[in-house]
Design a binder for this molecule. Structure first.
Ligand code: MF3
Ligand code: CO
Length: 265
């Protein structure tokens, strides 16, 4: 069931969305080669708790898979060929040339905010830089379709068409989702699909849209040894960006928008 949020609920989600944006802003400023992924996690958890909120991912168990080990951290930090759900570790050192996807969820005032960005460390391969830029832009193109009256897969196809026009591969077995008082609500939001299909979007639907795009040909992310982390099948890098948004009648409202003023490079 897809819930429509009231303006009162959206006000609360705006607070959660702003907080998750601030966590990613903090990490974007602080991330440096030589740090461990665990250091990022500690920084994020402290910041979230200092803001009277709870990390949404910590101890999370998917409803679809209740036997899985509860997620053990605040962040998912996924390096290079890791698509999503990289578990922070004191053994994982970030180095120059890595791409680092950081995904964070916060729970505050009864509602979740969920967002992700892929950070680039130092100078990286041109093609990998393009992958990161295209994944970010594909998210914005998807969001631009999140207007009342459009259909769900208008978002999906905008993401797919843009990413494929550069020859990149869509990770099809991981999807975005509705979000609200639960981290994962209906509907599933795939990053591929046919225009003009799927449920009709209505004002007040809140979605976490999250393209996961890869170099190479991998169409799914696979987990190793039953662990959380999911990697590309061919070992090629992948990027991930996510925003929590509200469907509106004219233009989607992004709840997890950054507060950083980035200098154009
Ligand atoms: N943004 C991801 C998702 O919506 C992160 C979930 S991590 C988990 O699936 F630990 F909560 F599973
Ligand atoms: Co999500």
């Amino acid at each position: 069931m897809i819930t429509i949020k009231s303006e009162r609920e959206i006000d609360l989600m705006r607070v959660s969305g702003a907080l998750v944006a601030k966590v990613l802003d903090l990490l974007e400023v602080e991330i440096k080669p030589g740090m461990t992924t665990k250091q990022l996690d500690v920084m994020a958890e402290e910041f979230i708790r200092d803001n009277e909120a709870i990390p949404s991912f910590l101890h999370y168990v998917p409803k679809s898979d209740p036997d899985v080990t509860p997620y053990p951290a605040t962040l998912c930090v996924s390096l290079n060929d890791e698509v999503v759900h990289g578990v922070p570790s004191i053994k994982r050192v970030i180095k120059e040339g890595d791409i680092v996807s950081v995904d964070c969820g916060v729970y505050k005032g009864g509602y979740h905010g969920d967002a992700a960005r892929t950070f680039v460390l130092g100078v990286i391969d041109e093609k990998v830089q393009q992958l990161v830029d295209v994944t970010s832009e594909s998210l914005m193109r998807g969001i631009s379709m999140a207007i009342a009256g459009n259909r769900l897969h208008d978002i999906s196809s905008a993401i797919e068409d843009y990413a494929r026009s550069f020859g990149f591969s869509i990770i099809e077995n991981m999807v975005g989702h509705g979000i609200g008082s639960e981290l994962h609500e209906d509907p599933a939001v795939p990053n591929y699909g046919r225009k003009n299909t799927g449920v009709k979007l209505r004002e007040g639907m809140t979605l976490a849209i999250e393209p996961m795009i890869a170099l190479g040909r991998s169409r799914k992310a696979v987990s190793r040894r039953g662990g959380w982390v999911a990697v590309t099948e061919d070992g090629k890098p992948s990027a991930h960006f996510e925003h929590t948004i509200v469907v509106r009648s004219d233009k989607a409202e992004i709840l997890s928008e950054t507060f950083l003023k980035r200098s154009s490079s």
